[in-house]
Design a binder for this molecule. Structure first.
Ligand SMILES: NC(=O)c1ccc[n+]([C@@H]2O[C@H](COP(=O)([O-])OP(=O)(O)OC[C@H]3O[C@@H](n4cnc5c(N)ncnc54)[C@H](O)[C@@H]3O)[C@@H](O)[C@H]2O)c1
Length: 281
């Protein structure tokens, strides 16, 4: 006799569901995919060919069991997204979950002295357009194209990955480099704040737009993840975080699983801030 799953298991169970993660071959996207696969979902990693989503999806299948797929897709390109939708509908027949995770993440610390492109006064229009195209227009296109499939089936979940910088301003003192004049100091780019804040607007809009069709839409606002940043930077950041540390790269998995599963069935249009307490100060 098969024992029925208990309530705690069934709330988080994703067996048979199909979950898409944009930017799924990146640092965090892969971990978001991994927890959904561990909960039983077929995970589809959508990422640029250069990030090798196929290889990362094979790794997911090997580690977690349900068949996962990696598709080379540019989320700013409608035709590329439509082909991905057709391919994965043919393969799995349904779309249940979409995580809009892809974004341009230029490393502020990589800026060369004397070339402070990130400063507002120098910020190139081409960079503005490219950052908005991936982080915001890409999320809009994916929501439109994949969300529509959820609407047709009468259920689904969209999760937009924002940031603590969707709810607070960047503290530009974090990026200061000794010995550089003020007008040469690197800063967190304006597009990061704009894209992440706009995603909260997209979240609220979609949450009521599709509420009657059974599609829930929420956002998560993660704080910074430790990924080998220099000690000088992390020491300054730790001082701004009540928990006095950055996140581990798998530390958003609990919140992501909660937001993508029936455990959050009465939640829509919200932004879950997971930032070690940084934004409460
Ligand atoms: N890492 C952090 O500290 C942190 C903190 C808060 C929020 N976030 C957010 O989490 C998300 C993931 O961050 P990450 O650290 O994993 O970044 P990452 O750069 O490792 O991953 C981003 C992925 O998006 C992909 N991508 C870029 N343009 C694309 C396009 N046009 N089409 C398809 N894929 C594209 C990249 O190839 C990459 O794999 C981002 O939205 C980021 O802003 C990250």
């Amino acid at each position: 006799m098969v024992t029925p799953p208990n309530r705690a298991q069934s709330l988080f169970d994703l067996t048979g569901r199909v979950a898409l993660v944009t930017g799924g071959a990146g640092l965090l996207g892969y971990h978001h995919g991994a927890i959904l696969a561990a909960a039983g979902a077929h995970v589809v990693l959508l990422d640029l060919a250069v990030a090798n989503p196929q290889m990362r999806a094979e790794q997911l299948t090997k580690e977690h069991g349900p068949e996962c797929l990696g598709l080379a897709v540019d989320i700013t390109d409608e035709a590329s997204l439509e082909s991905a939708r057709d391919a994965l509908l043919e393969k799995f027949g349904r779309i249940d979950i979409l995580i809009n995770n892809a974004a341009n993440n230029p490393k502020v610390e990589d800026q060369k002295p004397g070339q402070p492109w990130s400063r507002l006064e120098n910020f190139p229009l081409a960079t503005w357009n490219a950052d908005i195209a991936v982080g915001l227009t890409g999320a809009f296109l994916c929501s439109r194209i994949f969300g529509h499939e959820m609407v047709k089936r009468g259920s689904g979940v969209i999760l937009n990955v924002a940031s603590d910088l969707a709810v607070i301003a960047p503290d530009q003192r974090l990026y200061r480099q000794e010995g550089l004049p003020d007008d040469q100091q690197p800063v967190k780019p304006v597009t990061y704040s704009v894209v992440k804040t706009a995603l909260l607007g997209l979240t609220r809009y979609l949450s009521t737009y599709w509420v009657a069709q059974g599609v829930r839409v929420n956002a998560i606002s993660p704080g910074g993840v430790f990924n080998g940043q220099p000690d000088e930077f992390t020491a300054k950041l730790h001082a701004l975080i009540p928990m006095a540390r950055m996140a581990h790269k798998d530390e958003y998995q609990g919140a992501v699983l909660f937001l993508c599963s029936d455990a959050s069935s009465y939640m829509t249009g919200q932004n879950l801030i997971v930032d070690g307490g940084r934004s409460v100060l």
